[in-house]
Design a protein around this ligand. Structure first.
Ligand code: NAP
Length: 345
């Protein structure tokens, strides 16, 4: 009996010390990962010589009220530009704009206009207002995004919601504003994308809206990013005839203020805490955006994909120029671009 008891004691002791060592090991590894990530983030994400000012220049940004876009807005304003922010909730965006104008020294001016990128009629109204009020457009930043919902959602106009907000709205907006960009010298389009694009090996350019294709959260998120990268490639070719640069970039893994509610409870919280430990700040995430918006003529090529202010290789799928043209032409039909609105021909 005694020997059985002592065996149980040894087992319990062993188990608790094993548990303690495992927890300590895990905490130690987490700390190490956090320190290494912080070190690399601080080394690579501050682009050098971003000193260009934007006095007298006009910048239009989507998703300029939160995260990476908010930081970019702050920096654009501090460099003296006239900034137009398109946002689905203009009252909230106006409050953000007031905060920006109070905070930023050497400030430019900021205008807020209603824009729901998932609704093509809202995109048309937004573009129409800009074309009536602005005389030039130096930089167009396509930065807004929505995470895909767990089940497929269709907008009132009949489009799958993730593709509509992340891709179709930006596609239409760029085409509608291109006439203004053409008459502005050294203008450029900067497209924010996520590395999720690399998850897909193939896409069907005749079914971009999940009519027959099976909808999953990952596929919807990734497809919208693939289409943004392919759009960057093809639009860059069309725009190059008019000297307009078009590039995309990934900000890296950035800390967000909120839990991701589009995924399940555990994944949302894991992503949030992972970003808190190894993620970059929104300021770091916005550096390549600033770089692409400010890089002088001739120093920055078009149709590129950038990370940390350096050009990077794209996956095979999104390097396919034939596919980029097919997707572009299919999207012209989906958003019902008229002949007069195709201003690049
Ligand atoms: N965060 C990351 O780790 C990460 C990683 C890779 C790439 N990115 C890319 O970086 C960009 C910014 O990401 P973020 O995390 O900084 O974004 P975020 O904090 O989630 O902000 C998204 C912005 O988009 C706006 N928005 C949402 N739906 C819209 C709609 N239908 N029409 C117009 N605007 C809309 C939001 O406005 P409201 O707040 O008013 O809704 C908000 O200003 C995105 O393109 C994303 O794909 C981010």
């Amino acid at each position: 009996m005694d020997s059985l008891l002592s065996l149980a004691q040894i087992w319990t002791w062993d188990l608790s010390s094993l548990l303690k060592s495992t927890v300590l090991l895990m905490l130690g590894s987490l700390l190490l990962v956090a320190v290494v990530a912080k070190f690399f983030n601080s080394q690579v994400t501050i682009c050098k010589n971003l000193t260009t000012r934007f006095d007298g220049k006009t910048i239009v940004i989507t998703g300029g009220t939160k995260g990476v876009g908010f930081e970019a807005s702050r920096q654009f304003l501090s460099r003296g530009c006239r900034l137009v922010i398109g946002d689905p909730d203009p009252d909230h965006a106006r409050q953000v704009a007031d905060v920006l104008q109070k905070d930023v020294a050497g400030c430019g001016s900021v205008v807020v206009l209603q824009l729901d990128l998932s609704c093509m009629s809202s995109v048309r109204k937004f573009a129409d207002k800009i074309l009536r009020t602005e005389k030039s457009l130096d930089v167009l930043v396509l930065n807004a995004c929505v995470p895909a919902s767990r089940t497929k959602q269709t907008t009132a106009e009949g489009f799958e919601r993730t593709m509509a907000a992340n891709y179709l709205g930006h596609f239409l907006l760029t085409n509608l504003l291109f006439g203004l960009m053409k008459v502005t010298s050294n203008s450029r389009v900067v497209v924010t994308v996520s590395q999720l694009y690399s998850l897909l090996r193939n896409i069907n350019p005749t079914d971009l809206l999940f009519k027959d294709e099976r909808y999953t959260v990952i596929r919807a998120n990734a497809l919208s990013q693939v289409c943004l990268v392919l759009f960057t490639r093809h639009f860059a070719i069309l725009a190059s005839r008019y000297g307009v640069l078009v590039n995309c970039f990934s900000p890296g893994f950035v800390r967000t203020d909120d839990y991701d509610k589009s995924v399940d409870f555990v994944t949302g919280r894991l992503r949030y805490w992972a970003a808190m430990v190894v993620g970059r700040t929104a300021f770091q995430g916005s550096q390549t955006l600033l770089f692409l918006a400010t890089a002088g003529e001739g120093t920055c090529a078009s149709a590129g994909y950038f990370v940390d202010c350096h050009s990077r290789q794209l996956s095979e799928l999104v390097s396919n120029d034939g596919l980029a043209r097919k997707v572009f032409e299919a999207t012209e039909d989906i958003v019902k671009l008229t002949k007069q609105e195709k201003r690049y021909y």
